[in-house]
Write a protein of this length. Structure first.
Length: 165
């Protein structure tokens, strides 16, 4: 047995050892308000299509509007040619064009009447269209080019489209 004189020293040593072995509790995770997670898209531009491609029957190009896009604006242009790039570009090169949402793209035969925006029988077209806001979920849209002649004559399309937020 230890003498009583050592008891305060022993208690002090035990307290120091205990304090050295105590793990710090991790800091509580900071709660982030929904409004703090929103990234401003204002002033940005996204290229959604910049391509020359062939259209025998149809061609579809999906693009996504990110969440929280308040005023997305699609703009661009396309020009179509018969047979080859910079070939004949007159009424014989006409194609149909449409902007569809996912639901419309899933429907059979939705080339024009159910589209958000459509142009029939054009070989040179500028497009300016305000898309609906995306709120808190991204939205997929489709640029659809259709050869009205059903593949009898191959069409070449040169297209450039961008979205401003």
């Amino acid at each position: 047995m230890l003498p009583r004189a050592y008891l305060p020293a022993l208690v002090a040593i035990l307290l120091l050892v205990n304090a050295g072995c105590t793990k710090e509790q991790p800091a509580a995770a900071k709660t982030v308000a929904h409004s703090e997670r929103v990234v401003s898209l204002a002033g940005t531009t996204q290229t959604v299509l910049q391509k020359t491609f062939s259209v025998k029957t149809s061609a579809s190009f999906p693009f996504e509007i990110p969440a929280h896009a308040i005023q997305p604006h699609l703009h661009g242009m396309f020009q179509s040619f018969v047979g080859r790039l910079h070939g004949t570009s007159d009424s014989t090169a006409n194609i149909d064009f449409a902007i569809l949402n996912s639901e419309q793209a899933g429907s059979v035969g939705s080339a024009g009447s159910d589209a958000l925006f459509s142009v029939e029988a054009s070989h040179n077209q500028a497009v300016n269209f305000d898309l609906p806001p995306s709120y808190d979920q991204p939205i997929t849209y489709y640029l659809v080019f259709r050869n009205a002649e059903g593949g009898k004559v191959n069409k070449i399309v040169d297209a450039t489209f961008r979205v401003d937020f």
